[in-house]
Design a protein around this ligand. Structure first.
Ligand SMILES: Nc1nc2c(ncn2[C@@H]2O[C@H](COP(=O)(O)OP(=O)(O)O)[C@@H](O)[C@H]2O)c(=O)[nH]1
Ligand SMILES: [Mg+2]
Length: 361
């Protein structure tokens, strides 16, 4: 999974990127128009606990790739057209985090001269909608011409979906707010539309604004939160400093500043929810591992995520929920005795926190 961090220049994208990926970008790299990638292990206290119990040779966290999407030129305002380079860098992401600046900092002026979160969010939205609209219109025209010449089944199926998109975009709405069927989503995949991507709007506050964040979050949420759009907040500068501290010191610091959850944990939790993802575990003395799957996946599909062969060769899944495993003192034998350990068939819907072992032929 790949999450792109986007936003206007000087909104705090690179600050956020460095905070969550615990990387240091060279100051000279920050000013260059360059895209940075980093893979982040998803923190999971349940996996940590399993590791404590099994002391495995190997521990594998689920991961997310974060991308600091640069490509808007310095000083370029949100009201001007985005560069094609920027748009193409956005396309490859599964979800986007849009960093919106609320901090004031005289030394780095906002490109539009003032702080206005709704204006910034809307200018981004408009650009994404216009870019999608132009793509959709071009495609519709091409398909219509093609259908005049010859019948093409795929084109015939695509046309109504594209027209549905056009209607939404003409109404100045992002595509992510609409309902699409599985088939429609599948047909639209190849277009790599922008406004269809789930979006986390991350309001970046200065620590001096600690008392005011809720007011702004509420204001922006009322106007902008919706299906596949979620508003979160963070304190860019201070959280970057905290991320450089050892864990115990970071904890004290965060408490002092009233930061309930690190930016990384907030982003991951919300991104999982937006993307409809959750985790299951495989555990043992060799390896403890967290796996990411879509909500609603069956035991057989989950087996296929572990190993493609396991899908076809699936017989049964041994399942116990993490909570039950812990209640039973971290002992499989005890979960068996108390009937919490189960054998499930291929149609079983895997739940967040299930510990699974696949029986295969
Ligand atoms: N005062 C203050 N400055 C910040 C905050 N977040 C970022 N900055 C500063 O704003 C400038 C731009 O941040 P950067 O992350 O490079 O923005 P980008 O252009 O969006 O990648 C840097 O000088 C940061 O130190 C914040 O929360 N408070
Ligand atoms: Mg940057």
């Amino acid at each position: 999974m790949q999450i792109g961090i986007v936003g206007l220049p000087f909104s705090g994208k690179s600050t956020l990127f460095q905070t969550i990926t615990k990387t240091h970008l060279d100051p000279s790299a920050l000013t260059k128009v360059e895209t940075h990638h980093a893979i982040v292990k998803i923190p999971d206290a349940r996996l940590d606990k399993c590791v404590e119990i099994f002391a495995p040779k190997n521990t594998v966290h689920a991961t997310i790739e974060f991308v600091d999407v640069v490509g808007l030129k310095k000083g370029e305002s949100g009201s001007t057209q985005f560069t094609t380079n920027f748009l193409s860098n956005v396309k490859s992401n599964d979800a986007l985090v849009q960093v919106v600046r609320l901090f004031t900092n005289e030394t780095v002026p906002h490109p539009d001269g003032s702080i206005n979160a709704l204006r910034d969010i809307e200018s981004f939205e408009t650009e994404f909608i216009l870019s999608d609209l132009s793509l959709v219109e071009t495609r519709i025209e091409r398909i219509k011409k093609q259908l005049m010449k010859m019948q093409d089944e795929l084109a015939k199926r695509e046309l109504p979906v594209l027209e549905k998109c056009k209607q939404i975009l003409d109404g100045e709405k992002p595509l992510r707010e609409m309902d699409f069927s599985k088939d429609e989503i599948h047909l639209l995949k190849t277009y790599q539309l922008l406004s269809i991507k789930p979006m986390l709007i991350a309001l970046n506050f200065d620590e001096s604004q600690r008392g005011e964040t809720e007011k702004y979050v509420k204001l922006v949420s009322e106007k902008k939160e919706g299906k596949n759009t979620k508003i979160v907040s963070f304190f860019g500068k201070i959280e970057m400093e905290v991320s450089e501290l050892p864990d115990d010191e970071a904890k004290v610091f965060m408490e002092e500043y009233g930061i309930k959850e690190s930016a990384l944990n907030t982003l991951i939790r919300e991104a999982y929810t937006l993307l409809g993802l959750h985790s299951f575990f495989t555990v043992g003395e060799d390896e403890c591992r967290a796996w990411t799957i879509k909500n609603g996946m069956t035991a057989q599909e989950a087996a296929g995520v572990i190993h493609s062969d396991f899908f076809a060769k699936f017989i049964r899944a041994e399942v116990v929920h993490y909570d039950h495993f812990i209640t039973a003192g971290g002992s499989f034998a005890k979960t068996r005795e108390s009937g919490l350990w189960r054998l499930e068939g291929k149609e079983y819907i895997v739940k967040d926190g299930d510990i699974i072992s696949i029986r295969h032929s």
